[in-house]
Design a protein around this ligand. Structure first.
Ligand code: IVH
Length: 695
């Protein structure tokens, strides 16, 4: 199979090969997924997949409707089948303070009109991805994600690959849906990221993201490779509920063969028990090998749960007690300055390595020179640092009483530490910037890294380290060079790298035939780019993916946009709600630079950019509303949330004003939440926001 010479293959021969591959891989899929009896090794399978992709790239008009390339890869979510939950998958309301335990318990007693103690089951709140698994007559028949609570995605094949989930259970009701959380162990997460980093792939921000990303793979083989685990903690549709308490359910679940958090859950009889348990769990949180982000409290007795029932969206019989952001005390060994893609100089603290909730932290951002002054941070100081979700750790405060006599003030440099050009701080700006432009290697590499990042061209196999290496070796100097890489690599057939001259990436350390093929494939998959991602990838100052989308929506084609910008025609740009004069200034400045125009021109020799297709839902409950996101969100990244809001016709703003309609607050939300309160703006939790947009 691998002897096929792609370079010289005829169209007729390619057609035959594509048919053969479609049949062969369909057979292999049935053997693997349905019969659990694969006859190809993973690498043999991958070889067929690559060959298929290469042939399709060469002859796009020969792509078959049953092509194996259509079964895996992009646009995962929408390709999953839908599952409607017979019993909705809800979530709990949140409390943050220990004192709120008393009010939770007393409101329950008041509602039930009883004065005796109510037993509460306190379980760790697993930071993973909710799932539901349906068993009929003891056989696992269907798996689903939570989705919007009413409809989830069909992940049956993926759940099957998780060895924690028994395929068969005994002595269970004829219909039994168990529910719980899929997660990734801290160690497995670190290993996965290490491996991905070595392979030049993008790494995951935290175990929860890694678990979610792995579970929602269209190709269950990838799910299997990623070592997922799960816990069961509740149930959905059940033909005959034979348990009377939550504790009894957890026991039964364990006996059926499901993992539970036994050993970490505790039946509490008084609020004091609950407080003790909370403190204990907070103490051992970092030592447990999976991430927990709080405790959930559930009234143990189901009869009482039934009497308590539900508020509009959440049960009255339970609540989630969230842990605060994880903090630790450590020392600042040094302060250094990094240079970003727009030349911004960002100070970073090198820390004495410290374990923050199971993740080793070695540095923290110090934002800018004023922030260092404001917090009074000196080299050798002892500081409290904080990690929240996937946010880069921050220094919360300096422990001045621990300041050693040899502490040193940090003098912010006035020259770029990478290229030596002047670093200038404009009036009203907090940031000092290098004036070296693309002659500064730091700016050039950061721009390339931005270009291939997730919201941009999203090219697998071009991680930060590889970009830096390729840049310093003159292999990739500008974005267009990425797309000419394959040509410059001296032609390509599936097994031929025999050119004696020119570039030979496969001979570089850490590279091989396979990884080079994979890299070229992922580059070729991105030769036809969507307009918002393209605009974002250019790396214009202040233009994030949300702004790029606004521009795309208003200009429809890149040419329209670029023509106006080159002519310094900003009327239309300034009419866009969400783009102010400062942003318009940065955008037009970008197009004034000759080298930026050349970069775009060179790119267009290699790629195409699609015109914008507007699939915004203007009938949604947040259409035309202004939404601000603040704090760390749990179920999606900030970018995902913004993209979702925009696709529902909302405007997304960065700061709260009287024109804001909704402020969506995540954990550790700061001044924006406070401002919203003062202005009387609607404040929503993440769950309430998700509920609202459900319609
Ligand atoms: S019980 C009505 N138990 O945290 C909610 N949920 O708001 C029934 N979670 O989205 C869920 N650990 O995905 C329950 N031991 C646990 C949990 C747990 C994590 C998640 C769940 C839900 C959210 C609670």
């Amino acid at each position: 199979m691998t002897n096929i010479d792609i370079k010289n293959i005829t169209e007729d021969e390619a057609k035959k090969q594509l048919k053969h591959l479609a049949e062969e891989m369909a057979k292999a899929d049935i053997a693997y997924y349905q019969k659990d009896d694969p006859y190809l090794t993973d690498s043999q399978y991958d070889e067929l997949k690559i060959l298929n992709e290469r042939l399709e790239a060469k002859f796009p008009h020969l792509i078959r409707t049953d092509s194996p390339s259509k079964k895996v890869g992009a646009a995962a979510q929408s390709k999953f089948g839908k599952v409607s939950h017979k019993v909705p998958m809800l979530s709990f309301g949140n409390i943050f303070d220990v004192d709120e335990i008393d009010s939770f318990v007393s409101s329950i007693k008041k509602f039930l009109n009883i004065s005796t103690d109510v037993s509460i089951m306190a379980e760790p709140k697993i930071d993973g991805l909710g799932f539901s698994a349906r068993y009929e007559n003891g056989i696992f028949v269907q798996g689903a994600t939570r989705g919007d609570g009413t409809t989830g995605e069909d992940i049956t094949a993926n759940l099957k690959t998780i060895s924690d989930l028994p395929p068969k259970i005994e002595n269970a009701p004829s219909v039994l849906e168990v529910r719980g959380e899929v997660y990734m162990n801290k160690n497995d997460f670190l290993e996965l990221n290490q491996r991905y980093e070595n392979e030049g792939k993008k790494i995951f921000a935290n175990p929860r993201n890694a678990a979610a990303g792995s579970l929602r793979q269209l190709d269950p083989k990838i799910t299997k490779e990623r070592k997922l685990k799960l816990f069961v903690y509740t149930w959905g549709d059940v033909s005959d509920i034979t348990w009377k308490t939550q504790e009894e359910f957890l026991e039964k679940a364990k006996n059926w063969g499901f993992p539970t958090t036994k050993g970490h859950y505790r039946l509490c009889h008084t609020p004091d028990d609950m407080k003790d348990n909370y403190k204990h769990m907070l103490e051992i949180r970092a030592d447990i090998d999976f991430d927990i982000d709080g405790i959930v409290y559930k009234v143990n007795d189901l009869a009482l749960q039934n009497r308590l029932g539900y508020l509009t969206r959440t049960p009255r019989w339970g609540i989630a007690h969230k842990f605060p952001a994880e903090q630790a005390i450590t020392k600042v060994n040094d302060i250094r300055v990094q240079v970003g893609r727009t030349g911004a100089l960002t100070p970073v603290a090198d820390l004495e390595a410290v374990n923050v909730g199971g993740v080793i932290v070695t540095h923290a951002t110090l934002h800018n020179e004023d922030e260092i002054k404001r917090k009074g941070i000196r080299i050798h100081d002892t500081v409290i640092i904080q990690r929240a979700g996937d946010v880069i750790p921050q220094v919360v405060e300096v422990l001045k009483e621990k300041r050693p006599t040899d502490s040193q003030e940090f003098i912010f440099p006035e020259r770029c530490p990478v290229c030596g050009s002047h670093a200038i701080r404009e009036e009203d700006e907090a940031v000092r910037r290098c004036t070296g432009g693309l002659t500064c290697p730091a700016q050039a590499t950061e721009r390339l890294i931005h270009f291939v990042s997730r919201d941009g061209f999203d090219i697998e196999g071009l991680g930060d380290k590889i970009i830096e290496d390729f840049y310093h070796n003159g292999i990739i100097k500008s974005p267009a060079d990425i797309f000419s890489l394959e040509k410059r690599n001296g032609g390509f057939t599936i097994d031929l790298f025999s050119n004696e001259e020119g570039l030979h990436i496969e001979r570089k350390e850490g590279w091989g035939k396979k990884s080079v093929e994979n890299l070229f494939n992922s580059i070729n998959e991105h030769r036809n780019m969507e307009l918002p991602r393209f605009i974002y990838s250019l790396g214009i100052r202040q233009v994030g993916i949300a702004t790029a989308r606004l521009i795309a929506k208003n200009y429809i084609s890149f040419n329209n946009f670029m023509n106006d910008m080159i002519n310094q025609e900003t009327t239309k740009l300034l009419e866009i709600d969400g783009i102010g004069p400062a942003m318009a200034y940065d955008i037009t400045e970008f197009f004034k630079e000759e080298h930026n125009i050349k970069t775009i021109h060179d790119l267009f020799q290699e790629i195409k950019v699609q015109d914008f297709i507007d699939n915004t839902n203007y009938d949604s409950p947040i259409s035309n509303k202004t939404v601000v996101f603040t704090g760390t969100l749990e179920k999606m990244t900030r970018n995902e949330a913004k993209a979702k809001a925009l696709s529902l016709g909302a405007k997304v703003a960065g700061s709260v004003s009287k024109n804001t309609d909704y402020v969506v607050v995540g954990s550790d939300a700061g001044s924006k939440a406070k401002k919203a309160q003062e202005l009387g703006v609607n404040i929503l939790t993440e769950d309430e926001f998700l509920e609202l947009i459900k319609g």
